[in-house]
Design a protein around this ligand. Structure first.
Ligand SMILES: *Cc1c(COP(=O)(O)O)cnc(C)c1O
Length: 396
């Protein structure tokens, strides 16, 4: 698929993009196609589709029309040439890394990647003799030095989970390109509404669609976008490992995405107000949100993001797991859960959510305090959320 001229703005793209080829018999919504296989009366046509010379579908593990419509919507929002998907965010992350890397090669990444990604780097890549250098997330000189030593993949995430660190994507993508590496960015926290890593020089951008893209905490999925040559490699690996996105999940994600811009704009505004409120609260020790001018990554965020996103985290003056135990059940307008990026506000400690795969020592080494509380701002009215925080914090 070649890159098209994009005459529409992002909110319009969220609603309309990627759907027109998949509407059936005048239906205004993309159907859920559950058929596992697709039949052909003409063997030559079947062969042409099988060889990739003609558009079409053959077997559901490989491609599916509902899934393809979702890939197409994300592709257009990220301004990419091609896109492919997997059953989960981790499915697309592991497919990308194992499709692109071979024994003897080297990855440069950061210590603050998503917990599951970190497990791939620390547990699985070494078993396949792939060297991984994990740098201090905010130390751009160290990351550049490791890239310059030679590497095949540079893997970034910004803002990061859970302390909202920001990496300079344009700067590190340039360093990666100079070293001949493929630069991958996990854009889950920012969403294509707030940030487009490909426009900043990255080769591939990926999402856990489970989070903001779907936005309703009712479907898992992962999508990756970039040049067709790279996407084809990743797609080929994913069709064989079998981590295929289910058509029902694709439909739910596609429907959720129609309101992506509305939701993210609301979450940007509310999260900034909440971060400011927490920052001035006497029971709060520190707030991590890139929209606060005091945040270490604020200047870079201002340069590369259109909004600062819905994710923030904070620590109480009582910075212990016990403090977290007392605070979490007091929220009336927040699910205490492992997810993020949904219409409902969600709170949780990294110890039980994103970094549950890590030991307490590993979390400490990653600079994640045991008393950290991650706050995923929902689309509720912000005054109600502020009031809820106020009443929850009164005991501290
Ligand atoms: C949740 C998440 C993932 C993994 O996605 P799943 O859909 O849960 O597999 C990857 N990266 C980030 C930043 C995430 O928040």
């Amino acid at each position: 698929m070649s890159q098209q001229q994009q005459p529409y703005q992002r909110g319009t793209q969220c609603v309309w993009s990627g759907e027109e080829h998949y509407l059936l018999q005048g239906a205004t919504q993309v159907p859920i196609v559950h058929s596992v296989s697709f039949g052909y009366d003409d063997v030559d046509e079947w062969l042409a589709v099988a060889l990739g010379q003609k558009k079409g579908h053959i077997y559901g593990r490989n491609t599916n029309p509902t899934v393809e419509a979702l890939e197409e919507k994300v592709r257009q929002l990220e301004g990419a040439e091609a896109a492919t998907s997997a059953a989960t965010g981790m499915g697309i992350i592991s497919s990308a890394l194992f499709a692109l890397l071979s024994p003897g090669q080297r990855v440069v990444s950061i210590k603050d990647t998503y917990g599951g990604t970190n497990v791939i780097f620390t547990e699985f890549m070494p078993r396949f003799k792939i060297e991984v250098a994990l740098c201090d997330t905010a130390d751009h000189e160290q990351i550049e030095a490791e890239i310059a030593r030679g590497c095949d993949v540079v893997y970034l995430e910004s803002p990061t989970n859970p302390t909202a660190k920001v990496v300079d994507i344009a700067r590190l993508a340039a360093a990666g390109r100079a070293a001949g590496a493929t630069v991958i960015v996990d854009n889950t926290f920012a969403t294509p509404i707030n940030q487009n890593p490909l426009a900043l020089g990255a080769d591939l951008v990926l999402h856990s669609a489970t989070k903001f893209l779907g936005g309703h905490a009712d479907a898992l999925g992962g999508v990756i976008c970039g040049r067709a040559e790279l996407i084809n490699q990743i797609y080929h690996y994913r069709e064989i490992n079998g981590a295929t996105l289910h058509p029902t999940a694709a439909y739910l994600l596609l429907r959720g995405m129609k309101t992506l811009e509305l939701r993210v704009q609301r979450q940007n505004e509310s999260a900034l107000k909440i971060a400011r409120y927490l920052d001035s609260h006497p029971a709060v020790e520190a707030v991590y949100y890139p929209g606060l001018p005091t945040h270490s990554g604020h200047d870079i965020a201002q340069k590369q993001m259109r909004g600062y996103g819905g994710m923030l985290s904070f620590i109480l003056k009582e910075n212990t797991l016990d403090g977290v135990r007392k605070l979490i059940p007091r929220f009336k307008l927040a699910h205490a859960a492992a997810n993020l990026g949904a219409v409902e506000t969600i709170v949780g400690p990294p110890a039980t959510t994103s970094h549950v795969e890590c030991t307490a020592e590993e979390r400490a080494a990653m600079g994640i305090p045991e008393g950290l509380i991650r706050y995923s701002t929902g689309i509720e009215n912000v005054d109600d959320l502020l009031e809820d925080l106020e009443q929850a914090l009164t005991i501290f």
